[in-house]
Ligand binder design. Structure first.
Ligand SMILES: NC(=O)CC[C@H](N)C(=O)O
Length: 309
């Protein structure tokens, strides 16, 4: 077990603040281009304890690819393992998250894993609902349960901005539709996907979601089952193998915490049986991961001598 204190969080965030401007703010989603690199914050939600946080801990960011873990959990809950993995595989790729290249490599168009965009789109396509609004509602229902916060929603401006410019994700969908991996209306799928990526929260809310995974799917306060244990386990395994895109191997060696990042600059990390951690810092390295986020988690792992390995 590790014990993380308020002083730890404050010291470590100050230690990594010098990296806040090392990296680039994403601009392929126009509405995110004006995120400020100095907006950094962190929160830790211990299982059975009180959340602690420091920095810009009220700042609402969009979770972007962190949502891929949550749609995966929902699809597994709704359809089970066999159905989900008939549409998406379980293997890491060495390609960037938006790559098209691997779709032509094996089973026609079956994405390698649910953490790259192609795989995430295939998973989102499975969410139950008669239309996009119902599908988004299903996801929000789950996220509100995990965060214990009914106010969680998406930022319509960021969603629209991504929807208007999602040429690559459109291409991935049409490619997969040709091969029967994606079904139905592609525009509707992009509508759901861009809204899921635009779901907004602060680090404290994200840390609470991570704490559910740390507690094997149970509510960290009440022990109620929020996600079946086997679903939580699958999600955490993907965090280790693919959660930091094509930097997952390096991150596993340097940090050793199952984690999922998003191009807004968010990272959620799962410290088994102990708690959930969320870091935000919008400047990204060339793989699309938050520089401050990685530096912070490296510091945590080093200071607490922590690795799941
Ligand atoms: N890596 C990410 O966070 C990517 C999410 C983003 N919405 C996209 O599809 O491009």
């Amino acid at each position: 077990m590790i014990n993380i204190t308020q002083t730890d969080l404050t010291d470590w965030l100050e230690h990594v603040r010098i990296y806040a401007n090392n990296g680039n703010i994403i601009d392929y989603i126009p509405a995110l281009a004006n995120q400020q690199p100095e907006t950094i914050g962190v929160a830790y939600y211990p299982v059975g304890g009180q959340v602690i946080s420091t920095g810009q801990d009220e700042y609402m960011f969009t979770i972007q690819s962190v949502s891929k873990i949550l749609t995966l959990a929902l699809a597994l809950i709704q359809h089970g393992e066999e159905a989900v993995f008939s549409r998406v595989d379980k293997e890491p790729t060495s390609e960037p998250f938006h790559s098209v290249a691997k779709l032509e490599v094996k089973d026609p168009a079956k994405p390698f894993n649910p953490m790259i965009n192609a795989g995430a789109l295939a998973v989102t396509n499975m969410i139950k609902g008669r239309n996009a609004d119902e599908m988004v509602d299903e996801l929000l229902k789950l996220i509100r349960k995990l965060s214990a916060d009914d106010s969680i929603s998406f930022d319509p401006e960021v969603a629209q901005s991504e929807y208007d410019t999602a040429y690559l994700n459109r291409a991935l969908c049409y490619f997969m539709k040709q091969h029967g991996i994606v079904t139905g209306d592609v525009e509707e799928l992009l509508d759901v996907y861009t809204k899921q990526c635009a779901i907004q929260m602060n680090v404290k809310q994200l840390a609470r979601i991570a704490a559910v995974f740390a507690h094997d799917g149970l509510d960290p306060d009440t022990n109620e089952i929020l996600i079946p244990g086997y679903v939580a386990r699958i999600c955490k395994t993907f965090m280790v193998t693919c959660g930091m895109y094509n930097e997952s191997g390096t991150f596993a060696i340097n940090v050793g915490i199952p984690a999922k990042s998003g191009v807004s600059g968010a990272i959620m990390g799962v410290i088994k049986r102990c708690g959930g951690i969320a870091v935000f810092g919008p400047a990204l390295n060339e793989k699309g991961n938050s520089v401050v986020g990685i530096k912070f988690l490296e510091k945590l792992a080093e200071e607490k001598n922590w690795s799941i390995f």
